[in-house]
Design a protein around this ligand. Structure first.
Ligand code: FEO
Length: 134
């Protein structure tokens, strides 16, 4: 059972970014489901690396998009991405150090991050880009 499902509240109105968010959610659920099925070690480490790479790529795409649409909150949003990646890196190091086992704190971090960042932060550049009042 996935730890988090996609729903309409995560739709920011920018299809390319929605698709990438969906992809991040899928990998997060793959990690959760793999561990729930008793897997650990290389399987988990590989998925954690994959999610980190997907996040790095997504943030780069999103930052380019924000610049293209002239979003005034670009710098603070970019700083938030850097902070999230730094925290993610610390979790990934910890997971590898214990032999490929993700902690509850890691999943809570991911869930909170994806949900609150998309709904509370990403919606702002989307509103700017689409001219919608949110
Ligand atoms: Fe979609 Fe700002 O991350």
């Amino acid at each position: 059972m996935p730890i988090m499902n996609w729903d309409k509240s995560l739709d920011i109105g920018v299809k390319a970014m929605n698709d990438e968010h969906h992809g991040l959610l899928d990998i997060m659920n793959q990690i959760y489901d793999a561990q729930a099925a008793g897997k650990q070690g290389a399987v988990i480490n590989t998925l954690v690396t994959k999610l980190g790479e997907a996040c790095t790529e997504h943030f780069a795409h999103e930052e380019a998009y924000m610049q293209r649409v002239g979003y005034p909150g670009f710098s603070s949003h970019k700083a938030l991405h850097a902070s999230l990646l730094s925290r993610y890196g610390a979790f990934a190091t910890q997971i590898r150090a214990v032999g490929g086992v993700a902690s509850d704190e890691f999943f809570q971090f991911l869930k909170f991050w994806l949900s609150s960042h998309i709904k509370g932060i990403d919606t702002k550049y989307a509103a700017h880009a689409t001219g919608a009042a949110r």
